[in-house]
Ligand binder design. Structure first.
Ligand code: 13P
Ligand code: SF4
Length: 352
């Protein structure tokens, strides 16, 4: 029988309610006391009442299903602190995906991240709680576009951000992430390097390398919204504030920052430096995740949300574990070349 998305959601909810104890309760609060202690600064108790039964059910089900949860730093705190087995930036998640012993990987992040896990683990089951979780960067370029760029710049190596589809990775020479882009570009042969699909990341890298960089004009819908005027206003309001930015931001925003790095590098910078006040110029949830553990740091929070990342919820994580959906597949012919591009990146990154 055909079921539309609404009917499927209702059916999934009914099945979960019949199987797990998902009503807010004192028992669920008690069973998750230790976890709540980690997020109490950023999640009110009334909200945790709703989350607690899901957190409890998910953590109990992981072992039964031989599953592990890999979560990006942009997940909301109840996911990041409540159910993730590994949390990290894109590079860390790709590396961890090659190490986890479990047969099932639940990717709490966007679709290209789940594809990367599948590419690195073709024999494992990779599930994404909502397969509509896309990415404006991944959507901005196709494998045909890579062929066009190669024709325009013959012989130039193609370095593609991991925020790309498996088909684009397969058409590229090597991948990079925000944490290793300069290192990867510097390691390429020749004077000219093609970087796709993030035009801002490419411009930011171009300032740190002797290579001539040519780029694709993709952009992250979260980071492209920040402006230098907005960042300067934070500094004017409090000259002692620390400003740290992600390299997907426009270069004139990065120029205003005290530090620029991947999401993991930004978190580590705050953990290490413990500024009295900080603004993390990136996706909104990350400040909540770090604020939960650092009461001594005041976070100024411009809230730019990634609508794709926010598609992942405790409810659909539980459903993914329960039902074994939605499974991420990668076409057989793409796996080997896409994997080569990702593995080359991991190997180069490891050289430091
Ligand atoms: P990193 O976590 O690798 O810095 O990437 C940020 C991002 O936008 C992922 O979608
Ligand atoms: Fe893509 Fe930007 Fe969302 Fe990351 S934050 S998934 S780069 S749209």
């Amino acid at each position: 029988m055909f079921m539309n998305a609404d009917t499927r959601l209702q059916a999934a909810r009914a099945e979960m309610a019949a199987t797990y104890d998902l009503a807010p309760s004192a028992a669920a609060m008690r069973d998750t006391t230790a976890i709540y202690a980690r997020v109490a600064r950023v999640i009110p108790a009334a909200d945790w009442m709703i989350h607690a039964p899901y957190v409890r059910a998910i953590n109990a089900l992981k072992g039964i299903k031989d599953a592990t949860i890999l979560a990006h730093n942009y997940m909301t705190p109840e996911i990041f602190h409540g159910v993730a087995d590994v949390a990290g930036d894109s590079l860390q998640l790709a590396i961890e995906a090659t190490k986890v012993p479990q047969q099932v990987i639940i990717q709490c992040g966007v679709h290209f991240m789940a594809e990367t896990s599948k590419i690195l683990n073709p024999s494992k089951t990779v599930l994404i709680p909502d397969s509509r979780a896309g990415c404006s960067l991944a959507a901005s370029i196709t494998a045909d576009d890579i062929a066009t760029l190669r024709a325009q710049y013959p012989g130039a190596p193609v370095v593609s951000y991991v925020n790309t589809t498996a088909a684009v990775k397969a058409a590229s020479d090597i991948c990079c992430t925000s944490s290793n882009a300069v290192q990867i570009v510097d390691a390429m042969d020749g004077d000219t390097v093609i970087m796709t699909p993030d035009g801002y990341l490419a411009r930011n890298v171009a300032k740190q390398t002797k290579k001539r960089i040519v780029w694709w004009e993709g952009a992250c819908i979260v980071h492209e919204r920040f402006t230098p005027e907005e960042i300067r206003a934070y500094r004017e309001a409090d000259p002692t504030i620390a400003i740290i930015a992600h390299p997907e931001c426009p270069p004139n925003v990065v120029a205003e920052a005290d530090f620029t790095g991947s999401t993991a590098a930004m978190i580590n910078w705050v953990r290490k430096n413990k500024p009295a006040k900080v603004v993390m110029v990136t996706e909104c949830s990350m400040s909540d995740n770090v604020a939960a553990e650092l009461p001594e740091v005041e976070f100024v929070r411009p809230c730019n949300i990634c609508p794709h990342m926010k598609r992942i919820t405790l409810e659909n994580i539980l459903w993914a574990l329960h039902s074994g959906t939605e499974e991420v597949t990668v076409a057989e012919h793409l796996i080997a070349p896409a994997r080569a591009a990702v593995e080359k990146m991991i190997a180069l990154s490891a050289k430091g």
